[in-house]
Design a protein around this ligand. Structure first.
Ligand SMILES: NC(=O)c1ccc[n+]([C@@H]2O[C@H](COP(=O)([O-])OP(=O)(O)OC[C@H]3O[C@@H](n4cnc5c(N)ncnc54)[C@H](O)[C@@H]3O)[C@@H](O)[C@H]2O)c1
Length: 341
């Protein structure tokens, strides 16, 4: 399958490297408003376009990886879907629920596949925990906590004007906590209501630099998210802990790639050892971008939904938007039937 990338900044490199590693995929073209951003892709033999419509008119392109800031995602997806290109869309999927609905709808109407990049889902440690939860090994889950305390200073944001800017809703909840919001939803299901507070804190960026969110899930479980982007003086932690009646598991360590705590009552010692060893021996596994793109190719071949769907992307965004609404209104926000009320 021939791929093109639009938006040749930081994230595009992960997409290009992933495409390069997949035998069935080729990077045929790239597109950016800034010609110099595309220079690095010459070595892949990719054609460079500053005009998106010209790129979409290429018969030799089957799928588009969209790596621009999220404020442009909806309009770029609409054009790509109309041109019958399959779509790999980096997260956040968009900045409003109306836009996410348009994205899902236009892909359905044009019969093209859409997958959202939530690479944390493909980490070995996350996949093992998901299997344990799905098998009911933790019993009833009482609560879960996600902690994302990072340092995203002016240097990080100076690289691109949109980073940290309010216009692009790019505070830490949208920029840094969305992957963990997605994981909490993946592990615990549909939220019923959320409450949150957000502040600038000690961050010198426009978007929120610190936030705390509380989630009540339909299952009755509670979840918390603690997020900050101005930790002194470097990244401090990314972690997620699940507390169940038959087990407690914490994912943490640098980049949240390992089990920091693992007590699961009904797993034998041998099975526990096997899981811990598996994760320890290959903490990154096959990179999430590569798995996402491979899965899109398979979903086209098998005419099935990709593993991470537009609906999944929408649910993660919906949770972040509920945090924002709650913080603005200083009140709980209901999320019944997937609607913010
Ligand atoms: N940087 C991260 O750590 C990170 C992590 C996860 C997801 N993402 C997501 O990936 C996407 C890209 O982030 P990034 O950090 O690579 O951004 P970036 O600013 O480094 O790169 C964006 C590129 O898009 C180009 N661009 C912008 N509008 C365009 C348009 N209309 N047409 C063509 N090109 C256009 C810019 O010229 C720039 O080269 C965002 O949606 C972001 O939320 C970023």
């Amino acid at each position: 399958m021939n791929f093109a990338i639009i938006g040749c900044g930081f994230k595009a490199r992960s997409h290009a490297a992933a495409i390069n590693r997949i035998p069935e995929a080729k990077l045929a073209a790239v597109c950016d408003l800034d010609e110099s951003a595309m220079e690095q892709y010459k070595e892949y033999g990719a054609k460079a376009y500053t005009n998106y419509n010209a790129l979409l008119a290429e018969d030799g392109v089957d799928a588009i990886c969209i790596c621009t800031p999220a404020s442009y995602h909806a309009v770029l997806v609409e054009q790509a879907a109309a041109a019958k290109k399959h779509i790999v869309l980096d997260q956040p999927m968009a900045l409003s629920l109306d836009e996410t609905e348009r994205i899902v709808e236009v892909c359905r109407e044009n019969d093209v596949k859409l997958t959202i990049v939530h690479p944390h889902r493909f980490r070995p440690v996350v996949m093992e925990l998901r299997k344990i939860i799905e098998a009911g090994m933790l019993g009833k889950i009482s609560h879960a906590s996600a902690r994302i305390n990072l340092n995203r200073n002016r240097d990080f944001c100076a690289e691109s004007l949109w980073r940290g800017a309010k216009l692009h809703e790019c505070g830490g909840l949208m920029g840094q906590a969305i992957d963990y919001s997605d994981l909490l939803l993946w592990f615990l299901g549909q939220p019923k209501q959320v409450f949150s507070m957000a502040a600038t804190g000690i961050s010198n960026l426009e978007g929120e630099g610190v936030a705390a969110g509380l989630i009540q899930f339909e299952s009755g479980a509670l979840g918390t998210i603690e997020m900050s982007t101005a930790v002194y003086y470097r990244n401090f932690e990314e972690s997620i802990t699940i507390f169940g009646e038959k087990g407690t598991v914490k994912i943490g360590g640098p980049n949240a790639l390992s089990f920091e705590h693992f007590d699961v009552r009904n797993l034998s010692e041998t099975e526990t050892e096997r899981i811990l060893e598996k994760v320890k021996s290959d903490p990154w596994g096959v990179p999430g971008h590569e798995q996402t793109i491979s899965d899109l190719i398979q979903s086209v071949k098998e005419n099935r939904e990709p593993l991470v769907t537009g609906e999944d992307g929408k649910r993660a965004l919906e949770l972040v938007l509920a945090f924002y609404k709650s913080a603005r209104n200083n009140s709980p926000i209901g999320m019944r039937r997937g609607v913010l009320v």
